[in-house]
Design a protein around this ligand. Sequence first.
Ligand code: ZN
Length: 87
Amino acid sequence: MRWPRSSRCGTRDGYIAHLRKGERPCDDCRRAYWRNGQGPDWAVLAKAYERALVRLSWRHREEFKALYADEVADAITAGESERRGGS
Ligand SMILES: [Zn+2]
């Protein structure tokens, strides 16, 4: 059974329902999730961000591989110039 939106707003479940629908949670739901001014749980958000990055890398595998290779090449180049500068 589908809950009417108004009955869930202002609750933690309402907050989650907004996220699952791709919506920005309304103020009432944000307040409910943030436990009245304590703010979001940053550890939970950081873990979710990491998992989203992994999922994104799988969804766009070829693009991710190219970006990764580019970053590896940059890191190797930076490491070499650091070593040259240091000695
Ligand atoms: Zn809401």
